[in-house]
Design a protein around this ligand. Structure first.
Ligand code: FRU
Length: 499
């Protein structure tokens, strides 16, 4: 059992879990099989670690509201990504130095099998916060460690890294990712220097005293003013720096997540590639101590529509990453044991122009295998009204060898027009091959995987629950080798709170 030392705050955040438990299970907008907080606002996954036989998932959490603010660390754990146990809150903003939020960070296990959390403490101007014009005044890095009674104790030496190195912006210095390298600890921190995103590297022998080793990658005026949530992945001997640049001009001003492969001992910002082409996947992190490279990301949701609910935000399904010459491939983690049953199956079907396959479901997995053609387009309309008056659409454009998302006909009740994410060019290696597409729909969330994991697109859409028809059609005769639709059962949630 891992809990905070400060029982009164633990109680109040945990009390919220108990008092709100089950209130949202019938909410028709709430995802049923994605990792999600029991209630309240959720953003980045934090402290992902495989420890004592469990995948531990900590996360940015506001237990008191469905909007961002008052950020705590929630905690849930699972063995199979189907049975989730919600645990006591582990970090509350209860110290002077972290009074305005315990921001993102990571978890490590030391040689004595003891868990440590490293996070960013956040402060606004005293007496103010983001909602009444308060400006950020400082961010620094902190440590909390489990004691022999299982209590999560914040270090008396906090913050353990008080300021960024020279020239660094002291209000944009966050999201420490700590991992083991040889016989020392290594920490990467996201930062901003002269309006350039940078990733800084520190090392330590004891998790408390840190030496600044230098900057390992920077945007050089090309890729945003601030890089958040760094992570260093080692995939089949290839080192990969994954991070989330904010409001990137060349990506329509959106905050995106991507990676740079290490080449010639260098991370070159010109080689940045997206890890997800959708508009709502952000701040991914990998599990420490896991033999495979498994990541989770935050699925953001257009906040305004969720404020009347007692929750907002979710995490992605776990994705396993592999390296290839065409880029990093992300596929649903094979150890994820969702319960599903086949509800539709078709083999070797030719679909003529203007014909369609019509299916139904909003908690489903759809898999399609079709032959890549030289002409025409394939349309997969999701969350559609029966009369096709609205839908969210994936378009595979064989003529132009592009795949893209089109949300312009969605009935999402957004305040602003939703972003479609980013077009993707067919990888060269798939010419004249079969095209596999795997789509997960979970109420307001859609995750799409294609081209063997080279194309992933995550989006959230607040369309009316009644609109859950799926249409598959093509403007030129198309051969479908197979189409399968599975109904996915809700995952099972229980809670185990410290008494
Ligand atoms: C990314 C992020 C992090 C920060 C956290 C605050 O979504 O902005 O940089 O630590 O969210 O909740």
């Amino acid at each position: 059992m891992i809990v905070q030392k400060e029982r009164f705050t633990t109680k109040s955040a945990d009390y919220e879990i108990i008092s709100q438990w089950g209130k949202n299970v019938n909410d028709p907008y709430r995802p049923v099989y994605h990792p999600i907080a029991p209630h309240g606002w959720m953003n980045d996954p934090n402290g992902l670690i495989y420890y004592d036989g469990w995948y531990h998932v900590f996360y940015q959490w506001n237990p008191y509201d469905s909007k961002w603010g008052n950020i705590h660390w929630g905690h849930m754990r699972t063995k199979d990504f189907n049975n989730w146990i919600h645990m006591s809150c582990v970090l509350s903003p209860d110290q002077e130095y972290d009074r305005d939020g315990c921001f993102s960070g990571s978890a490590v296990i030391d040689n004595n099998n003891k868990l440590h959390l490293v996070y960013t403490c956040n402060r606004f101007e005293k007496g103010k916060h983001q909602y009444n014009g308060g400006v950020l005044t400082s961010q620094a890095q902190c440590l909390a460690s489990v004691d022999n009674d299982g209590l999560m104790i914040k270090s008396e030496l906090n913050p353990i890294i008080k300021t960024p190195p020279t020239n660094g912006d002291k209000t944009d210095f966050r999201d420490p990712k700590v991992f083991r390298e040889h016989d020392y600890w290594c920490m990467l921190v996201g930062s901003r220097n002269n309006n350039n995103g940078e990733i800084l590297k520190y090392t330590s022998k004891n998790l408390v005293d840190w030496n600044y080793e230098g900057m390992i990658a920077k945007s050089e005026g090309k890729l945003s003013y601030m890089w958040e949530c760094p992570d260093l992945l080692k995939i089949e001997n290839q080192e990969v720096l994954m991070f989330s640049p904010m409001n990137v001009e060349q990506y329509n001003g959106l905050s995106v997540s991507g990676y740079i492969k290490k080449e010639n001992n260098d991370y070159n910002a010109n080689k940045f590639l997206l890890i997800d082409y959708g508009p709502n996947f952000y701040a991914p992190q990998s599990f420490n101590n896991s033999t495979k490279t498994i990541i989770l990301g935050w699925i953001s949701m257009p906040t305004m529509n969720y404020l009347n609910h007692n929750w907002c935000g979710a995490l992605s399904l776990p994705r396993e990453l592999n390296d290839s010459n065409d880029g990093i491939k992300s596929k649903p983690y094979t150890g994820m044991c969702l319960e599903k049953k086949l509800i539709y199956k078709e083999h070797n079907k030719e679909l003529k122009c203007n014909e369609s396959i019509m299916l139904n479901g909003d908690t489903v997995e759809l898999t399609i295998n079709t032959v890549v053609k030289s002409t025409g387009r394939l349309f997969i309309k999701l969350k559609a009204a029966n009369d096709l008056s609205c839908y969210s659409e994936l378009i595979v454009d064989y003529n132009n060898k592009k795949i893209k998302l089109d949300l312009s006909n969605s009935d999402c009740q957004f305040d602003e027009k939703p972003s479609n994410g980013f077009e993707f060019d067919f990888p060269k290696s798939i010419n004249n091959n079969n095209l596999d597409i795997q789509i997960f729909v979970d109420k307001t969330i859609v995750e799409i995987f294609a081209f063997d994991g080279l194309y992933v697109n995550t989006f959230s859409v607040f369309s009316k629950p009644v609109n859950k028809t799926i249409f598959i059609l093509a403007d030129n005769s198309t051969i479908f080798n197979s189409v399968h639709l599975f109904e996915i059962e809700p995952t099972i949630h229980s809670c185990s709170l410290n008494k």
